[in-house]
Design a protein around this ligand. Structure first.
Ligand SMILES: Cc1cc2nc3c(=O)[nH]c(=O)nc-3n(C[C@H](O)[C@H](O)[C@H](O)COP(=O)(O)OP(=O)(O)OC[C@H]3O[C@@H](n4cnc5c(N)ncnc54)[C@H](O)[C@@H]3O)c2cc1C
Length: 198
C-alpha cells in the first residue's frame, strides 16, 4: 500500500476478507497476553488517507469483509475490474452486496496460511491437515502417519525463523526419543506454543 501510494497511484483500495476488527481487545476472548485482533492503522494507511489516495468512503483505503469473486479485463488482457461481494463472519456472501471496483492493477498479498499445494507430499503420504490447510500433528509433532513428523511453517502456519528453528530442534528430540527411547536432546517448544505479546 505504501509503495503504491508513493508511486503515485490515483486510488488504492486494500481488500480484507476479515470483518472490521474491534478497536479494543476483548478481555473475555483475547485476554492479555494474547496477541489481540484489533483495528490497527499503519503508517501506510495514514499516508494514503492524508494524500487522498484512499477512496473517500473508505477513509483508510481498506474494505473489510470483502471477498473477490472474479476479475474482468479488456481484450488486450489487462485487468479492468474486480468483482467483489461482502461476506459474513463465516465468509458466506451477503446477498445483494456484489459490486465491481474499477482496477488497472491488482496485487495479491494474501499471506501464507499453509502449504499451497496438497497434491504432492501431503496427499502422497496421506497426511491429515487442519481446516486452514496446515499439516496436523500431535503433541510430539508426529502427524497421523506414524514416523512422519511436521515442523515449521507447513504445520504452524506463517511464522518466524526462530519458531522454525525451535520446532526443528523439538522434532529432532522427538525423533531421537522415538528411535532410542532416550531423553537426550532439548525440546525448546511444543507444537501448540504461541508467542506471548502485549
Ligand atoms: C517474504 C517473506 C519474508 C519473511 N521475513 C522474515 C523475517 O524477516 N524474519 C523472520 O524471522 N521470518 C521471516 N519470514 C518467515 C520465515 O521465512 C519462515 O517462518 C521460515 O522460513 C519457515 O521455515 P521452515 O523451515 O518451516 O519453511 P521454509 O523455509 O519454507 O522451508 C521449507 C523448504 O521445504 C522445501 N520443500 C517444499 N516441498 C518440498 C518437497 N515436496 N520435497 C522437498 N522439499 C520441499 C521448500 O523448497 C523449502 O526450501 C519471511 C517469510 C517470507 C515469505
Amino acid at each position: 500500500l505504501g509503495t503504491a501510494v508513493r508511486e503515485g497511484a490515483a486510488s488504492v483500495t486494500q481488500l480484507d476478507i476479515y470483518p472490521l476488527p474491534e478497536a479494543e481487545r476483548d478481555e473475555d476472548v483475547e485476554p492479555w497476553p494474547t496477541y489481540p485482533k484489533i483495528y490497527r492503522l499503519s503508517a501506510a494507511h495514514e499516508e494514503a488517507r492524508d494524500l487522498g489516495t484512499a477512496p473517500a468512503a473508505d477513509a483508510d483505503a481498506r474494505l473489510f469483509a470483502a471477498s473477490t469473486l472474479r476479475f474482468t479485463g479488456d481484450e488486450a488482457g489487462h485487468v479492468r475490474g474486480l468483482h467483489l461481494v461482502e461476506v459474513d463472519e463465516r465468509r458466506r456472501p451477503r446477498p445483494g452486496t456484489g459490486r465491481t471496483l474499477p482496477a488497472d492493477l491488482v496485487l495479491l498479498a494474501l499471506g501464507f496460511s499453509g502449504p499451497d499445494r496438497h497434491d504432492g507430499l501431503i496427499d502422497q503420504l496421506g497426511l491429515a491437515v487442519e481446516p486452514r490447510g496446515t499439516i496436523a500433528r500431535g503433541p510430539d509433532f508426529e502427524t497421523n502417519v506414524p514416523g512422519v513428523y511436521a515442523a515449521g511453517d507447513a504445520a504452524r502456519g506463517q511464522s518466524l525463523i526462530v519458531w522454525a528453528i525451535a520446532e526443528g530442534r523439538a522434532v529432532a528430540a522427538a525423533v531421537d526419543r522415538r528411535l532410542t527411547g532416550a531423553e537426550r536432546l532439548p525440546t525448546p517448544i511444543g507444537p501448540y506454543d504461541r508467542p506471548m505479546t502485549a
